[in-house]
Structure formats: structure tokens, C-alpha cells
Design a protein around this ligand. Structure first.
Ligand SMILES: C[S@@+](CC[C@H](N)C(=O)[O-])C[C@H]1O[C@@H](n2cnc3c(N)ncnc32)[C@H](O)[C@@H]1O
Length: 242
């Protein structure tokens, strides 16, 4: 076993599998519907850019931001990538332009963000008055990490890079901060381990940070089709208006 990099998305072979493992679904359709009629959209933590590229439309500027060189490198090489402005980095590189209509952050990206308050404040500064920030986050009340045992997550499959054995190992849970290692054994036998840190934030914690950042209207649902929030719904689907 060996740790590869601090970036849990730092492996070229695994990044090539990311879109296969995370195909577009109701989540992408939801974020695309929010983009209707907009002229400037930012995808924060855009990863491989699958959603980002699908947001491109005539008369609309689309910006994808991500701190992982591997993820963003992959995004830049995909067909249609030239229609997007890709920016390496986290909230520090968000321009406080005050003219974006929409910021989306899909795939639970905000759960990777340690500096949540600073990040939502930077994103608010990029939006015009009335602009919207939309993202989803796992609800801590549903305690998803309890399913992340080595046994429950163990799998084997054939990939373009050969036979892959993979599993998760829970390392630490402290408050809403959950640390786990993703193990990946390719045919050469070494176990490439990527450490992940996810922040599970309650609806109340998210709302408080958004309000402090200057968002006035905050709506939280529990699905992609306007499902009402419930105490232990697995997902928090958040829309905040500046
Ligand atoms: C699960 S992936 C989601 C990628 C993409 N949004 C999607 O829907 O497929 C999480 C992404 O968040 C990015 N990320 C990690 N920390 C971040 C931060 N502080 N700010 C912005 N993005 C971050 C990672 O590099 C990774 O690409």
C-alpha cells in the first residue's frame, strides 16, 4: 500500500474511469435547467467537465474551476472543451466580477471544501444581484459513512487499464468531518491509496454560511424534482439567491 498524492483525484487511470462511474443523470438535467436563459455560468469544482461542457450554449459564457490538475487536464482534452474557460484552483481564483447569473457545484463538490465560508463568500462575489448558487451535499443525518466499510464497498472490475480491485476504508469521523481511504489495486499489484476528506454539513450550517456570505433566499430540497426536505433525507439540494 502506498499513498500517491494529496489529491484524491490525482490518478490519470482513475480519472479516465470517473465519467463512466458518474454518468449524467437527473442531477445534470437539473443543473442545466437552472442555466436556461443565463449568459454567464460558473461550474465550481467542475472535475472532468462533463456537466460543464453540456452547459455551453449560444451567447453563454461557461467557466469551469477545479484545483485538481488531473481532473482539469482531462476536462481540457475532451471534445468541445474549447468552448469553456478552464481555471485551475479553488475559491482563491474566483473573480469577484459580480456578473455571473449562476454558479453550480455538482457531484457533492462542496463536501470536499474545507474553507466553506470563504468559498461561498467568493462565489457570492462572482454573482450578480439576483444570481443563484446551486449545489448538493449529503445530509449528515442519513449517516452515509456507515455504509463505507471495506466489506460493503469491495469490488472488482475490468477497466481499460486492466483488472481493478477497489474498496473504501473509513479512517476517522469527527463531527461532520469524515476521512476515508480509497484503495485501488491495478494488475501490477500495488495498492494506490487516495485519502479523501468530506465535510458533512447540516442544512442549518449550510444556510448560516450562505446567509453570512450575503445570500438572502435559501431553498433546500431533498431531490432533483423539488422533493420536500425531510430530517433524514440522504441528499440536500441547495439553491441560494444573492
Ligand atoms: C466528486 S468530484 C465532482 C466533480 C464534478 N463537479 C462532477 O459533478 O462530476 C469533486 C471535485 O471537487 C474538486 N475540489 C476539491 N476541493 C475543492 C475546493 N476546495 N474547491 C473547489 N473544488 C474542489 C475536486 O478536485 C473534484 O474535481
Amino acid at each position: 500500500m502506498r499513498y500517491v498524492t494529496d489529491d484524491p483525484y490525482g490518478d490519470e487511470q482513475l480519472v479516465h474511469l470517473y465519467d463512466l462511474d458518474n454518468p449524467p443523470g437527473d442531477d445534470h438535467a437539473y443543473y442545466r435547467s437552472l442555466a436556461e436563459g443565463t449568459t454567464k455560468v460558473i461550474d465550481f469544482g467542475c472535475g472532468t467537465g462533463l456537466l460543464t461542457r453540456s452547459l455551453v450554449a449560444p451567447g453563454r459564457a461557461v467557466i469551469g474551476i477545479d484545483p485538481s490538475p488531473t481532473m482539469l487536464g482531462y476536462a481540457r482534452r475532451q471534445p468541445g472543451a474549447e468552448a469553456v474557460t478552464w481555471i485551475d484552483g479553488d475559491h482563491h481564483v474566483v473573480e469577484p466580477s459580480g456578473d455571473a447569473d449562476l454558479v453550480v457545484s455538482s457531484g457533492n463538490t462542496m463536501m470536499h471544501v474545507a474553507e466553506h465560508q470563504a468559498s461561498v463568500t467568493a462565489l457570492a462575489a462572482a454573482l450578480r444581484p439576483g444570481g443563484m448558487f446551486a449545489f448538493e451535499s449529503r445530509n449528515p443525518a442519513a449517516r452515509a459513512w456507515e455504509q463505507w466499510t471495506s466489506d460493503a464497498t469491495y469490488g472488482e472490475r475490468d477497466t481499460a487499464a486492466g483488472h481493478l480491485k477497489e474498496w473504501l476504508e473509513l479512517i476517522e469521523i469527527a463531527g461532520g468531518r469524515v476521512v476515508f481511504d480509497a484503495h485501488n489495486v491495478f494488475p501490477d499489484g500495488h495498492d494506490a491509496v487516495y485519502r479523501n476528506v468530506l465535510y458533512f454539513r447540516t442544512a442549518e450550517e449550510i444556510t448560516a454560511d450562505l446567509r453570512q456570505a450575503g445570500f438572502t433566499g435559501v431553498t433546500i430540497e431533498s431531490g432533483w424534482h423539488g422533493e420536500p426536505p425531510t430530517a433524514d433525507a440522504p441528499m440536500l439540494v441547495v439553491r441560494a439567491t444573492k
